[in-house]
Design a protein around this ligand. Sequence first.
Ligand SMILES: *Cc1c(COP(=O)(O)O)cnc(C)c1O
Length: 479
Amino acid sequence: MSTIFDESRLGRRGSELRATKTTAPAGFASSELRHELAWPELSEPQVVRHFVRLSRLNHAIDVGFYPLGSCTMKYNPKINEEMARLPGFASLHPLQPEETVQGALQVMWELQRDLAEITGMDQVSLQPAAGAQGEQTGILMIKAYHRSRQDLQRTEVLIPDAAHGTNPATASLAGFDVVEVASDSRGGVDLDALKAKLGPKTAAVMLTNPSTLGIFEDNIVEIARLTHQAGGLLYYDGANLNAILGKCRPGDTGFDVVHVNLHKTFSTPHGGGGPGSGPVGVKKHLAPFLPAPTVGRDQNGFHLVAGGPDSIGRVRSFHGNFGMHLRAYTYIRSLGKDGLSAVAEDAVLNANYLLHLIKDRVTVPYQRLAKHEFVVGLPRSIKDKTGVRTLDVAKRLLDFGVHSPTVYFPLIVDEAMMIEPTETESKETLEAFAAILAQVLTEAVNDPEMVKTAPHTTPVRRLDEARAARQPELRYRPR
Ligand SMILES: *Cc1c(COP(=O)(O)O)cnc(C)c1O
């Protein structure tokens, strides 16, 4: 593919820069200042075409359907961007004196309060910069809590086998032993398995509810009772609240700590891995352990409040990803309580409608009401007869201009496809996707080679995904 460097021609210009005298910044010798930089020289249309071309190499929610289960690729309303670009917010500096940033602190204070209200928690910190970092913050607070009580034998974190991979990663990074808890035949936590593993070593149980299978854990109150009886705390992985917004609060069902992903539920961009935002909320007994500073309010206005002696300290520079706080705040305030409840209703309705449209073409391991997402499998008959696998189906879907669902997760479903349509898609889009999936599954039987060699129309074909992640080539190298 040609790059802007290849297209560069000496003296070609898009705009004229005024000549300025450059002096070396303090601490640098003038000999260290470079006078010749190998910038490409291009006209404005070349630059515009370059970036538009780049933007079209990837699928995006602003381009088409993106049912990537667990990741919640919902449409991000443009009003969020408008608010984040208001100069009074966009040009702030995090080290400005408090009295000059009262509006920004008020947004953070109100967002802390809104998230506490939505999740049923007492206090919130906006610092963590991702769901995984929210988890780590939450588990470190649980660790600090047990330590503060001299309860030092609690070395285990119990996690269901359907959990997101970040849960065991978090627990083990925080120094705990991970104990897996089996799911029962209905896709929930197996209560007998849980009872057998709870005990004096239990520091916490980490749960996602609805689980990554898209199933609401109807034994949650009993699970909370058993966990607390054993002396453990209950952690809520709230990466995705889509199904329960305005309907059910983790705090009311017995959870002690929760993290939420603003970049999933609250329509802030995922942005190719960042900037994310994963605020944590806690019940009163864990409030002293929250990362600091948080934002507080008194008669003189809004302030950054330093932590007490038990705070686990700072987990992120400055105040977290403020631009994301602003977008999520805009989303919450533009929808209001009724709007947020409608999000949950539409997310669940869309998931169940799509499941209904495709259920005869796939295997449905758990015949239950789906919440915001559901998991199905590729029929064994297709796999055995043709050798086509879920990965092939996922790749072939790309040829039709839609993103594929999440595949091979959760691990307990054979040839899994995890589908999350989100509330922002229309009935027509869901029906179009169901038709595309049906076409690909028919093709898998009639023309398996077509599916196994897909994708055929994307800018790149099948990648070595491990190498692409581990050894990315991010630098231009002249040929
Ligand atoms: C996305 C997700 C996470 C991790 O969030 P990141 O922001 O990607 O670190 C954790 N748990 C669940 C259930 C998720 O879907």
